[in-house]
Design a protein. Sequence first.
Length: 182
Amino acid sequence: MNAADVIYLPETPAHDPEIDHINEEAFGPGRFTRAAYKIREGGPCERALSFVATYGGVVIASVKMTRIAAGKGRGLMLGPLAVRPDYMNVGIGRKLVRMALEAAHKAGAPAVILVGDEPYYGPLGFKRIPRGQMSMPRPVDLDRLLAVEFETGAVAKLTGMVDHEDLATEGERLKLAALAEA
Ligand SMILES: CC(C)(COP(=O)(O)OP(=O)(O)OC[C@H]1O[C@@H](n2cnc3c(N)ncnc32)[C@H](O)[C@@H]1OP(=O)(O)O)[C@@H](O)C(=O)NCCC(=O)NCCS
């Protein structure tokens, strides 16, 4: 394959079936039980900040971004990131992560978090989130909670349980409504 012929595009609904297939191949049925999957179930992903790599018109890799909230902090969660086995180790994964980070930064996201391997994501700018600062809706290895900060102090504000931002906003709205009624 010629890496120069790989085309990177923002994700659209037309890519969904191929992306599902790539994630099934990469993570198997266990993907539905992951903490990050549970958070993503809480609302839509950000299509404009999510990207696919195509080769000969076929989707060969994907990265998604989802808005999240934890405590007073807001940000994006990167993932899943997956590359089809025939196309691994030629830089496609790293390129997708860099594109997603650049788009997130331009869109004004204060921080981007993920659950992943530090040896892979560290050189792309991710650092460990201090253990115990944040918790996930399902068990994760806390050393795999990583973040990139675009706004100073943005990661420190991410405390407690991580949720999809839409759920957190709805929770806040209900709390305020209950207070107004009391
Ligand atoms: C992890 C993954 C996305 C990497 O994509 P890729 O396009 O193959 O990776 P790149 O070409 O950008 O980078 C390759 C380099 O990363 C290294 N690498 C790959 N996976 C790694 C991991 N989990 N931890 C550390 N290094 C890793 C490779 O050894 C290679 O190193 P080199 O450049 O020194 O040779 C891909 O292997 C994949 O889809 N894996 C299955 C799904 C998965 O694990 N996704 C990540 C979830 S957090």
